[in-house]
Design a protein around this ligand. Sequence first.
Ligand SMILES: Cc1ncc(COP(=O)(O)O)c(C=O)c1O
Length: 432
Amino acid sequence: MKYSFASLFFFFATTTTSAFSMTAPKQTYLADIPLGAPDAILGIAENFKKCTDPNKVNVCIGAYRDENGKPWILPSVRAAEKIMMDDENENKEYASIAGDAAYVEQAIKFAYGQDCDLSVIAAVQTLSGTGACRIGGEFLSKFFPVKKIYIPDPTWGNHIAIFQEAGMEVVRYRYYNRATNGLDLEGMLEDITNAPDGAVVLLHACAHNPTGCDPTKEQWKTISDLIKKKNLQVFFDSAYQGFASGDAEADAFALRYFVEEGHNVMLAQSFAKNFGLYGERCGTLSFVTNDADEKERVLSQVKKIIRPMYSSPPIHGSSIVRTVLTDEQLTKQYYEECAFMANRIGSMRKLLVDELKKAGSTHDWSHITSQIGMFAYTGMNSDMCDELTSKSSIFLTRDGRISLAGLNENNVSYVAKAIHAVTDGKPITTEA
Ligand SMILES: Cc1ncc(COP(=O)(O)O)c(C=O)c1O
């Protein structure tokens, strides 16, 4: 019998493949890899996806949803993308290590103000706010003399891991008074006073996550004076500019005030929330330096951190932000759309409290309406949160934080009734 070369090859290939697939798995170092705990927030989001309850509600993740509970692409963002598609000069080349310089300039003006002194601000494009915090942490860990960063308690959960992974010691300062559901200014000032001179202090620029509780202008001034006296390095994290008041300019108060007061701040800036560019990973890291020479040296070192990490940032999101912020009409439209998102969230605060009362709750929920930004820090303890999830398929973080963006006219009454059911007759502000 004659066999063609092709049929012999086929026979050989299939038999060797099946012999290979029957080999017992090799013991390698991978066999000893322990299972990592799921991320506190993203793990809950996964569980929400898997849940089949038609009434399920996701108030866990900090992402804007429209009045139908759907993700929203800002019309100004869509318009910018159309402009980019038609622009023959757009390309898919690598950005430089520091990113798109024209984008960075617009982003920096958005944060520090149109009249800021660009000649002393060292800035690079980053992988959103997370990337900015991480590169900033790496820089501090490499160059800053005191390797301690003071972070509010509570804070965005990822802050702790980011700065620890970067090699900084994370210390907490008191921020929130659970008894009053307000800022613990006294505790905050005491803990900052007790920090070693010259350490780093992280401040949320506005719309503090998770508490929705920001210092007043007067309180910011007191904080600034103390930080100056102690010669601390300020690290602002600005992930919600525009979401606190609906006005991105007003929300930049603390950052601009500190710069005016002479602080050489660092800033991690994100466009995930305020431009709805979550998946585009678009942000900046910046340093207010003393002069152009210092700026250049700082930049050179930041680039040396970025290059072996990811070489250069993605360009689509930054092109959108650049296109919007360099077009007067689109900028105006963008500011209106940002205000619209903040207002819808604000109206959900009021509606939630109204619905809680309607459901029969006698608790004082006024902190929900006095808080700002994307979240309500309700005061519910972890047992109550677990019960909300297990009984009503309402998914939230176990610290009682609710993303108001996940509420809408169709589900707010359901959520309010469920919250009333788990909090009725029990205190809501006592959990440490
Ligand atoms: C306070 C704070 N900082 C930074 C971030 C980073 O977000 P991103 O990396 O998506 O810009 C978040 C996201 O939730 C946040 O809440």
